[in-house]
Design a protein around this ligand. Structure first.
Ligand code: RNT
Ligand code: ZN
Length: 422
């Protein structure tokens, strides 16, 4: 365990070292601490939700695996766990809710009947905790999603049901944004697709276009809510066909002026999501990212600092696009302490952004402009051994959260005192 003076001393040395490379660590820290990640509520209970007791994720092309004890079973437990996680993450962050996490107080309504009142206690709690909210329609874990199609279903009544659900979710988002004084991003991801080769991809995509157009007929002011749409390459049970593919939603987003949502686990494994940022920002004002980690078939492993994450943060910082890219976390692991999983991913994401903010950008750019590629590559690699860890520890100290590995003990204590008793 480090003490305040050793952290400050190490930071002072690091500050000078970075200054040799023209990097202002103070500015980097301030920029980082102004960033707000949208933390996903669904890591806390394996994407179960509170529509009925012990609800579990079903269908929908996504799957949570593992059975680690201690998952949140009620709204109160989830809020308690979230509070614990936020206390271990430097900075002020948002909360990302899904429609199935409503506060139904023993009287659940179907998805096509949800209203703002079902989320009022979340809004009040967010206010009390100083959090802003984002929101998601839940178009899975429901009998009306069992056919594998929702908004793109050939059955008009199924389509109508989900259109109504998403319309209501946008309305609830607008109320959240208004009450909390910060635009709520409402994201649409649907599971639609099929396990095996369909004969007719065209009709499903035409139907999805039609449904989305109906959903977006009602406009909301961008000061209260913003719409994003999320594509996917394949899911479990939708290996052969996903209606809302990247091309589909990109075309839709560009033609209807909506925000694309790029989930890091939703592309071919060798495709770089980072490289898409500067391309898309030529044509859209804002982007939403779902920060995740794909491993083989799974797109939702707990996020850690790896090359993909670093490249993503670097691209955003290098494009001066921090104000145009919204960063949300999206992963779920039921095989480990869930509070710990939240904190690992959030801290990793912030570390990647700090890393990017500390890059000797000006020097690297100058080399590039001179055509001095040897020096550009050499400096990029030398920068990897700059004392990053000392700056990160100092960020934590300044934000009054545990530095280094000290937060592990907190999670272990919480598990012993709270989680293990559930
Ligand atoms: C699924 C999408 C989607 C979900 C959440 C729960 O593949 O990534 O964003 O993970 O809505
Ligand atoms: Zn996602």
């Amino acid at each position: 365990m480090q003490n305040v003076s050793s952290i400050t001393k190490a930071y002072e040395h690091a500050r000078q070292r970075y200054a040799d490379f023209g990097v202002d660590t103070e500015r980097a820290i301030e920029t980082l601490l102004r960033m707000s990640l949208s933390i996903h509520c669904w890591q806390g209970d394996d994407v179960g939700g509170f529509e009925k007791p012990s609800a579990t994720l079903s269908g929908g092309g996504i799957l949570a695996t593992g059975n680690y004890p201690g998952k949140a079973r009620t709204i109160e437990e989830l809020r308690m766990d979230l509070k614990k996680a936020y206390a271990l993450i430097p900075g002020a962050h948002r909360l990302n809710l899904h429609a199935m996490y409503g506060d139904f107080r023993g009287a659940p309504v179907d998805r096509n009947e949800i209203e703002t009142k079902h989320f009022q206690s979340w809004i009040d709690w967010a206010k009390q905790e100083g959090l802003k909210l984002d929101f998601n329609a839940t178009c899975f874990s429901h009998p009306k999603a069992d056919s594998g199609y929702t908004l793109s279903s050939k059955d008009k009544s199924i389509r109508g049901f989900w259109i109504e659900h998403v319309r209501r979710c946008r309305k609830i988002s607008a109320a959240m944004g208004k009450e909390l004084n910060s635009p709520c991003i409402h994201n649409i991801w649907i599971p639609d697709g099929s396990k095996d080769m369909p004969m007719d991809r065209f009709t499903h995509r035409a139907l999805l276009t039609e449904s989305l157009d109906e959903i977006f007929e009602r406009g909301y002011d961008a000061s209260v809510m913003k719409d994003s749409i999320e594509s996917k390459l394949f899911g479990i049970g939708s290996e052969a066909f996903v209606v809302g593919s990247h091309e589909f939603y990109l075309g839709y987003a560009l033609s209807r002026k909506k925000m694309p949502c790029l989930d890091m686990g939703h592309y071919h494994p060798t495709e770089s999501v980072a490289d898409k940022i500067s391309a898309l920002l030529q044509f859209v004002d804002e982007l939403l990212l779902h920060v995740s980690r794909g491993i083989r078939w799974d797109s939702d492993h707990v996020v850690i600092v790896n090359d993909d994450l670093r490249a993503l943060a670097e691209e955003i910082v290098r494009s001066s696009a921090l104000g145009r890219v919204h960063v949300a976390l999206d992963y779920f692991d039921a095989s480990m302490n869930r509070v710990g999983a939240w904190v690992i991913g959030a801290r990793a994401t912030l570390k990647a952004f700090l890393w990017a903010l500390l890059e000797p950008r000006e020097h690297l750019r100058a080399f590039e402009n001179q055509g001095n590629y040897f020096s550009r590559l050499a400096l990029l690699d030398e920068a990897k051994s700059l004392p990053f860890g000392a700056v990160w520890d100092y960020v934590c100290l300044r934000a009054e959260v545990p530095s280094g590995e000290d937060w592990l003990r907190e999670v272990q204590r919480y598990e012993k005192e709270v989680l293990s008793k559930r």
